[in-house]
Design a protein around this ligand. Sequence first.
Ligand SMILES: *[C@@H]1O[C@H](CO)[C@@H](O)[C@H](O)[C@H]1NC(C)=O
Ligand SMILES: *[C@@H]1O[C@H](CO)[C@@H](O)[C@H](O)[C@H]1NC(C)=O
Ligand SMILES: *[C@@H]1O[C@H](CO)[C@@H](O)[C@H](O)[C@H]1NC(C)=O
Ligand SMILES: *[C@@H]1O[C@H](CO)[C@@H](O)[C@H](O)[C@H]1NC(C)=O
Length: 207
Amino acid sequence: MYYILCFVFGALLIKGYSCTPAQPEQVVAFAGGNIILPCSLNIPADDDVPTVEWSKMVGLKSSVVFLYRDGCENFEMKDLDFEYRTSLIMRDVKSGNVSLRISGVKLSDNGTYRCLIIQKNGTKEETKVELVVAAVSDPRLSVVFANSSGVTLECAALCWMPAPLMTILDDEGNKLTDEEPKQEQDVTTRCYNTKQSVTLQEPTSRQ
Ligand SMILES: *[C@@H]1O[C@H](CO)[C@@H](O)[C@H](O)[C@H]1NC(C)=O
Ligand SMILES: *[C@@H]1O[C@H](CO)[C@@H](O)[C@H](O)[C@H]1NC(C)=O
Ligand SMILES: *[C@@H]1O[C@H](CO)[C@@H](O)[C@H](O)[C@H]1NC(C)=O
Ligand SMILES: *[C@@H]1O[C@H](CO)[C@@H](O)[C@H](O)[C@H]1NC(C)=O
């Protein structure tokens, strides 16, 4: 019996927690899922829930993804890309937990977010959170060409983020090709499609 294995590795660089407060916390989400970006008040508020503005930092600019003011959500400045997708967890807000829930995470949500809390007396606090959005799928191995003297197999990993590493191995762990996989970035989804093929001569004679 002869096995061909198609290995796909994802490498997410997760920053370790460090003691310097300047380093924002990092949260990893998978595209299509839901995620909570953490944020809590350090200074206890009086009875009133303060204004909470969550925004996504884009270069030096920022766009509002959720604004809570005077006891309800304010939609005026909300980035349309986040319409219906962001909320606070209302049952936790009273205890000072103003974490943001994002549903249906998109690859384009990747980036740095700022949680700004403004209390009635003007006290401001801000925290930054980095959201890293990843996408994976099962790799597929298929026969793309075969005749009596050989067979060409292709390993395909569609829509990965970040771009994966790929190798095709035989059952003894030998690499079957030194060629680099073909990789292309999808213009609309921004994820990477990776393909690698290998041609085997007389595959049945190898053990
Ligand atoms: C605002 O109120 C908070 C909580 O009551 C208090 O800790 C803070 O010192 C106040 N800040 C100012 C500027 O009065
Ligand atoms: C805030 O609420 C979220 C959702 O309920 C929870 O996952 C998180 O642990 C809470 N954070 C704190 C500091 O309590
Ligand atoms: C995703 O966001 C992180 C943190 O802001 C950044 O380091 C990384 O380069 C971003 N990745 C992509 C593909 O935009
Ligand atoms: C099988 O296909 C390869 C590549 O196209 C070709 O070089 C070879 O001659 C073919 N062998 C047979 C027996 O048809």
